[in-house]
Design a protein around this ligand. Sequence first.
Ligand code: T4K
Length: 369
Amino acid sequence: MNKKITVTLPLLPDLQEFIPYLEDIWDRKWVTNNGFYHKELEKKLAEYLGVEYISLFTNGTLPLITALQALEIKGEVITTPYSFVATTHSLLWNGIKPVFVDIDPKTCNLDPEKIEAAITPATTAIMPVHCYGIPCDVEKIQAIAEKHNLKVIYDAAHTFGVKIGGKSILEYGDMATLSFHATKVYNTLEGGALVVRSAEMKQKIDFLKNFGFAGETTVLAPGINSKMDEVRAAYGLLNLKQVDKAIEARKVVSDLYREGLKDVKGIRILAEPQGVRNNYSYFPIFIDEKEFGMSRDALYFKLQEDNIFGRRYFYPLISTFSMYKDLESARPENIPVATRIAEEVLCLPIYYGLENQEVERIIDLIKKR
Ligand code: T4K
């Protein structure tokens, strides 16, 4: 049997290099609550990502929840059904009603042309996702937000290191969140961050992620506990040193798939965004069953017989889950593009360490079908 290949593998720092960091943490006996490595990682990430104010979190979901709290978002928020459930769960955790708007098939991101029709007097914000690390139409979204006086919170979980025209994608919107989960381009095992626009807001976020404490005896708000500990922050510092190498390796995989699959009838590949520093976080393909001669699910399971485990991100659509499906905006006829794309998508394995011959094997299997 061929070696098992999964959709991703975590980028792990060298264990021997990690041990001195652990010894130092043991010596310091300071293991969490804004420690040395936490501060150091915030500083290094701000430099690497090209942002001014960043606050570390324990995962990529709590920054979404906290952003909504900090901006006091209420009522309705316009968002995409084509994402990981964490995006809209963050709205439900804040008692906010998600309003789903359809996506653009060329990017899989919120279709800006469809946003305005979904705005009501109760709308307070837009929560777009840069799906697969491909930037949303940030200019159009900004213009709509300004016209209607809405906040914009980007779920940028997939966009570590992505830049448009040399500027970090995280600089757009009122706030942007990141996930450093094991499956992401850059990981701290579990982890995440919130990028904000001012020192005052960073201070507020730092209070909110520590129960709302502003000093030993003062609590300013009903905050949560979502602080990153020292072990993960140290691990994050080490992983930051190799993330560029990992992105380069992902590009090689992405180029091989693009070349190998470009003429296969019935397979659509997203165009590589122009003027963008991509991070190659996912490699989705879209299967037209009639033209390809096999359904997406049939291909998904056929590859599994050969020990290749792609994933159908993002199927099923968020809007089909029981806590969302009764919303008017969740009806398939209101989000036809997302509904179709979710039936067509298959994300192929892509990660640092995936060998060229393994990519070729996957391409051959798909071509043979
Ligand atoms: N917003 C967006 C747009 C997101 O995509 C996500 C997370 C979030 C917000 C929330 O961020 P976090 O709170 O998670 O930081 C995975 C991840 O758990 C999740 O982080 C991610 N999105 C989502 C798209 O994918 P699953 O359920 O598919 O993961 P799992 O455990 O099936 O792993 C996938 C594959 O990765 C495995 O088949 C093999 C490999 N793997 C995974 C882990 C955990 C490893 O090789 N080693 C590992 O330790 O959700």
